[in-house]
Ligand binder design. Sequence first.
Ligand code: SF4
Length: 259
Amino acid sequence: MGDTGIAWADKVWNPIVGCTPAGEGCRNCYAKRLHDQRHKAYHEGKRIPEQYRKPFETVQLLPERLDDPARWRKPQLVFVNSVSDLFHPDVKLDWLIRIFSVMARCERHTYVILTKRSTAMARLGCRWGTKRWRNVYLGVSICTQADADAAVPELRKLRDAGWKTVVSCEPLLESVDLGGFRPTWFVLGCESGANRRPCKLCWIEMLVTCNGYPKTFVKQLDLDGKCVTDPAKFPSNVRFRERLELLGLGVDVRGGEVK
Ligand code: SF4
């Protein structure tokens, strides 16, 4: 449960499902495509989990998943909400409190939250502070310059409040300038899947070099019109596969649990 093919994470944890678009990066949303197929199958009478009765656009809390991190004994790098957006306006404050309480309680894990709603995340992150969540990275998905212009001031607020920040430029859809903002960690990549849009290598190179080489993970590149995931095939100047540090409490430097 929770295992993932996402190269930079150990687990995904999806206590919330469902979302609506928040920019160009959402046009080919993988989560929507998958949910729509299953929603259709559910209404054709197939044996599909109950969450698919509702359309993707209905944001739902799945309370039975809240305790998943408590069941993972070994420290994990957890991607929170890979099929939704934790800061969607339909996510209730009570749900956020329950999810953040789990992250504070299951402190052996390290959590990465990525949102396209940076203003809502910064408001909450600055109000709650980092004290109970030193094992949490707060990140924003940035696909276009408009995304960057909106998100960077919010990321600066979070950084100034002590949060470790992530910028995920995937899918990167145009050349983006972060105005010198240096996140704790960078994820970069072209779009994948059907209908993917092109991503120039120079856009990736610019982001890495202009932002002073923060810890970086290049997930996939558009090379000769193909989406390439094998880092051995990446040009050496963008062959970065640096994973996030495990920040969870009770974790030794080798990532094992302290007895
Ligand atoms: S924010 Fe994420 S989950 Fe929501 S529609 Fe956009 S890509 Fe899909």
